[in-house]
Design a protein around this ligand. Structure first.
Ligand code: PEP
Ligand code: MG
Length: 762
């Protein structure tokens, strides 16, 4: 039988590697400087692995790998030989974060010969990344003269040694001092970093770089039983802290946070994860080293995963690891961290519960190297009203605690160490924003009607329970689009009927009599659920998604409809089916609603006071079936995000398509005008709930072609209402007529000109 290839199964060569680890421990415990210890480690590894060369490369700012210590290569090469990440075999190991073991390295196409090292003498090469917290801190390499085939056990031994090295490198100041010297010039300059706007708001603050992870003092242990018990105790302590966090007042009444935290807590009980930690302990590692080892392995496996949902779950595990390590180190005493006032938290990434560690009144903004729109941390930041900018490349190597930072959560930009002029411009922008927000606030109770008294109903798009408070804040009439898939996505398992019922009932309670249009699950495509595995599709946006899945898996839709019916007992229920392409699909979905209504009636359960059902118009073909569709539906809502991508055959998420086709083009507006006319003729309520509804210029055009109901994200209500109150329908109805018959790709600038000339605030 093949020997196990990872540390979790004690491999035959283990005794040797255990001896090596003991010696490493002695070196680590010794009094020498970090550099001296690196030198000793290189010598030790070369001896224990019977290699002529052992070299330690450390990753420097600017993705440079520098030779920091060697046994066997020319001593002058130390601190002189540098490679870029990705260059040569050493760079390859760093770029891939994966080990390589080659008997004939020199014939490998990536081999990069460095004359100063004298490495032309060596044939074989084994290199492993020095990983810590998923970051590659360096590369550890051994080389042999003969063409030697390295065994899996040898690779593992080198990987375990690399873990120890990681602690040494991270815990010492060899890098910090040097980096300061190399990068002082660029680092001190002001910098503008562009990323993703994830949570809105503008902030001036002071950077607080999130603490480094705890340093692991003790890597090895001879007492696996005691170490396993330490992991169990630490987990129990961590659960207690999470329970406390869940009790915090800002999280009462908003069940998503509970979902997020409870999902997270569930990971802590994940059997596979615990089993792998136990196995690593049994192979001779301390509890801390075992937890770290399992996390490093997980991360290396997960970097290959492209699915964004799974990648975000990896963050959950990273935070869990961090917390567990802190718990093991100091009983988690240090888990919460006092932020200075005006703090801009800087981190590579944040786990879902991590923002809870900071006092909300001091946390003014968050900027991240990673981060994404659907990550739990983003959801929490939005709910807390904390501006968040993510995907800021190279952020951590450019910013230090104490630096002044300007965060523009509207445009996704962070300015580091801004000059006086920039700062004062930013202050002006902040003041203007506050003034604007005040104006919008003052419009809250004013009628949403045009200067010529035509009412235009404004609704919110929502997806979180926390969004519901925005109804009061904005004065919107109700929820025009409730994206039910969002709470599903925040969970690790399918919520049962009772959980869904509870959730929808709370949404309706919060709406307090204002109408809510629930859209049934729009999953599939890029919105993956962890518990509904579907095969990769070539064109997911046009694939097995939304109502298509629901009709193939009717139980799922029936459960959701059942929950909606119970939740709306005695109240009004409006159900909207997404991605309907044919009348028969609406019929089939509506039939399931009727079955569930009949079921409730049969069982004597209370039913909703009124029931309305309708469709999203996202697939253009549906507009060609209005004569049969419109008599059947109570309402129709234009999902312009999908509709426009299908009208122009232009992927809405593809940055290369960005700006190529404009929503404000005659093609789209002519199409929509026809829809407005037909819906009016059939007395079908018509809303636009795609992003265009929240853009004041587009909203003005929509009103001009006959739309009277718009649904948008909360932040857009103010600007759109201000526009509505400054326009008149009369002037706008005739204006686009000529333009819509001209061959313009876009009439946006014409509309802006019109607004300017007529005092319409856009
Ligand atoms: C749309 O397609 O316009 C829409 C509102 O749905 P989503 O953005 O959720 O796909
Ligand atoms: Mg859509």
């Amino acid at each position: 039988m093949k020997p196990p290839t990872n540390i979790t199964g004690a491999a035959p060569g283990w005794t040797g590697s255990r001896r090596l680890l003991r010696r490493l421990r002695d070196i680590m415990a010794g009094p020498d400087s970090a550099q001296a210890r690196l030198d000793q480690i290189a010598t030790l590894i070369a001896r224990e692995l019977v290699a002529e060369v052992c070299s330690i490369y450390v990753r420097r700012a600017g993705d440079v790998l520098e030779l920091f210590a060697t046994e066997g290569l020319h001593p002058d090469a130390v601190r002189n030989t540098r490679l870029m990440v990705g260059e040569g075999l050493v760079g390859f190991v760093a770029a891939q974060a994966m080990p390589v073991a080659l008997a004939d390295a020199q014939s490998h196409p990536l081999f990069a010969y460095r004359p100063e090292t004298g490495e032309e003498l060596y044939s074989s090469l084994m290199g492993v990344p020095v990983l810590r917290g998923g970051r590659v801190l360096g590369v550890l390499v051994v080389q042999n003269r003969t063409q030697r085939g390295y065994t899996d056990e040898e690779v593992e031994t080198l990987e375990t040694t690399a873990m120890v090295l990681a602690e040494l490198i991270a815990g010492s100041d060899i890098l910090n001092l040097e980096d300061a010297r190399y990068d002082a010039v660029t680092e001190a300059l002001p910098q503008r970093l562009e990323g993703l706007a994830l949570s809105p708001g503008l902030t001036i603050g002071t950077a607080v770089v999130q603490r480094q992870r705890v340093t692991i003092e003790r890597m090895l242990s001879d007492d696996p039983v005691a170490e396993e018990q330490r992991v169990r105790d630490a987990l129990t302590g961590m659960q207690g802290q999470l329970d406390e966090a869940l009790e915090r007042p800002e999280f009462s009444g908003t069940s998503e946070h509970r979902d997020v935290l409870e999902t997270f807590r569930m990971f802590a009980e994940d059997r596979g994860w615990l089993r792998r930690i136990d196995e690593a302990i049994r192979s001779g590692l301390s509890a801390e080293a075992a937890v770290q080892r399992v996390q490093d392995e997980t991360r290396v496996r997960m970097v290959q995963v492209t699915d964004s949902f799974l990648r975000e779950r990896l963050l959950d595990f990273e935070e869990l690891t961090d917390r567990l390590l802190r718990q093991l180190a100091d009983g988690g005493q240090d888990a919460s961290f006092q932020l200075p006032a005006d703090a801009v938290l800087v981190a590579r990434t944040l786990g879902p519960a991590e923002l809870l560690n900071y006092e909300p009144e001091n946390l003014k903004a968050v900027i991240l190297e990673e981060g994404s729109a659907n990550a739990h941390a983003t959801i929490v930041a939005r709910a807390l009203g904390v501006p968040l900018v993510g995907r800021l490349e190279g952020l951590l190597s450019r910013v230090e605690t104490g630096d002044a930072v300007l965060v523009d959560g509207e445009n996704g930009v962070a300015y580091l160490r801004p000059g006086d002029e920039l700062r004062s411009n930013f202050e002006t922008a902040m003041a203007a924003r506050s003034a604007r927000l005040e104006v919008y606030q003052s419009l809250r109770d004013k009628a949403s009607e045009t200067r010529d008294q035509v009412p235009v109903s404004l609704f919110l798009n929502a997806g979180l329970l926390a969004d519901m408070v925005r109804l009061d804040e904005t004065g919107a009439e109700g929820i025009g689009l409730y994206r039910t898939e969002i709470p599903f996505m925040a969970r690790a398992s399918y919520p049962d009927v009772a959980a869904q019922t509870d959730f929808y009932a709370r949404v309706l309670d919060e709406a307090d009599g204002r109408p809510v249009t629930f859209r049934t699950l729009d999953i599939g495509g890029d919105k993956a659920l962890p518990y509904l595995h579907n095969a990769t599709e070539e064109n997911p946006a046009m694939g097995w998604r939304a109502t298509r899945i629901a009709l193939d898996r009717p139980a799922m839709l029936r459960h959701q409809l059942r929950a909606l019916i119970v939740a709306s007992a005695g109240r009004d229920l409006a159900v909207m089916f997404p991605m309907i392409a044919q009348v028969s699909e609406f019929d089939a979905a509506r039939r399931l609603l009727d079955i569930e209504l009949a079921r409730a009636a049969q069982r004597g359960e209370p039913v909703p006071a009124t029931i309305r059902s309708g469709v999203m118009l996202e697939v253009p073909a549906l507009a060609m079936q209005f004569e049969n569709l419109l008599p059947r539906v109570d309402f129709l809502s234009v999902g312009s995000n999908d509709l426009v991508q299908f009208l122009f055959a232009s992927d809405r998420g593809n940055p290369r398509m960005e700006g190529r086709y404009d929503t404000l083009s005659p093609a789209v507006l002519n199409f929509l005008r026809q829809i407005a006319e037909e819906c009016e003729a059939h007395a079908v309520d018509l809303t636009v709930c795609g992003e265009m509804a929240g853009d004041p210029v587009a909203a003005m055009a929509l009103i001009g072609i006959g739309f009277r109901r718009l649904s948008m994200s909360p932040a857009n209500i103010g600007p759109v209402k201000a526009m509505i109150r400054s326009m008149s329908v009369e002037g706008m109805t005739d204006y686009p007529e000529g333009l819509l018959h001209a061959p313009h790709p876009s009439i946006r600038s014409h509309l802006r000109g019109f607004a300017r000339d007529h005092g319409v605030e856009v």
